[in-house]
Design a protein around this ligand. Structure first.
Ligand code: AKB
Length: 323
């Protein structure tokens, strides 16, 4: 199936790695990366790139028509921690961008949509262990509310307008290429950077805060898997639970210490603890595993090894360049 793809929010943590992957799968000429500014030169300079504002329908439509796009991955969003600082901005960005893309599909400018949801759809009244696909969902963050409402709209557009919209609920994503921006799970990336740079880390969550997490390679694989699955196998059109591993700050610190014995962690929980405390500890993703054969590959030990190796190389290069 030949496809022309637009990634909105291609300069961000997941958007950038998705762009690299889709370019390698479908060819540079078939993948258009877009963002609101040129803030990731690795993405901007290595393929087709357009400035486009996810909140501006005309700007996205122009890009879609110019490049004859049929599939859009909407990766622009304001995450949980920043969303609590700017609630109305988070609501506007997360909802307007989704409606823009869903309406482009309804009006037949595009055929397929990928939209990421999150474990943030769950709240403090949700069962925390092995959280099922169908359960109580009372999110307490603006970000979580936008994701829950967004899921309802995705399913509505699928049923009402027969739109091929697909979605997964990402857990915290750990990666080394592009930093995350404004999430509650960001500690699990920062900790590796600080382990390499300073051999210590002050964590903004409590030591025993267990959260669902996933390595970027697994998250990208899940995204490609659901988007390439046969339509009849994508039975859930709100969003699929998706899981890999779960760990606490204490556990990730212990896995780092196996490689850097002098590494020290201290704890200074802030407002992000209140968010994390409402989220599940672990996720039951059996529908994804059954419907489109999802399987993760990376354990905590694999992630730690890869993060320390890649960031070690990165900081070594930076320090050599500055000498
Ligand atoms: C966040 O922490 O806000 C995100 C998420 C879990 O969706 N990483």
């Amino acid at each position: 199936m030949s496809s022309k793809i637009l990634i909105i929010g291609a300069c961000g943590q997941i958007g950038s790695e998705l762009t690299y992957k889709l370019r390698s799968l479908y060819g540079d000429e078939n993948v258009v990366a877009s963002d609101i500014s040129y803030n990731n030169l690795d993405i901007v300079n290595t393929g087709i790139f357009e400035i486009a504002d996810a909140q501006d329908y005309a700007s996205i439509k122009t890009c879609v028509e110019k490049h004859q796009i049929d599939t859009v991955y909407l990766m622009a969003a304001m995450l949980s921690a920043t969303g609590e600082k700017y609630p109305m901005k988070a609501w506007d960005l997360n909802m307007t961008s989704l409606f823009n893309v869903l309406n482009l599909a309804r009006d037949k400018f595009i055929k397929r949509v990928f939209w990421p949801s999150s474990i943030a759809v769950y709240g403090s009244t949700t069962p925390t262990e092995y959280t099922p696909q169908y359960t109580i969902m009372e999110p307490s963050t603006v970000y979580g509310i936008t994701k829950q409402v967004g899921e309802r709209w995705c399913e509505y557009y699928h049923k009402k307008y027969n739109i091929d919209v697909r979605s997964i609920r990402y857990p915290g994503i750990i990666s080394w290429k592009t930093p995350p921006g404004g999430g509650t799970t960001d500690y699990a990336v920062e900790i590796y950077h600080e382990a390499i740079k300073a051999k210590s880390y002050k964590c903004f969550l409590k030591e025993d805060t267990e959260l669902p997490m996933m390595f970027m390679d697994d998250a990208i694989k899940a995204t490609v898997d659901i988007m390439t699955a046969k339509s009849k196998n994508v039975k859930i059109r709100s969003s699929y639970n998706l899981a890999a591993i779960s760990f606490t700050p204490q556990e990730v610190a212990a896995s780092i210490k196996k490689h850097i014995p002098e590494f020290k962690i201290t704890y200074a929980p802030d407002y992000r603890q209140d968010i994390a405390s409402t989220w599940p500890k672990s996720i039951n993703d059996s529908y994804a595993r059954e419907d489109w054969k999802w399987k993760h590959a990376f354990s905590l030990e694999d992630i730690t090894e890869e993060m320390l190796f890649q960031l070690g190389k990165k900081y070594n290069t930076i320090s050599k360049a500055s000498q």
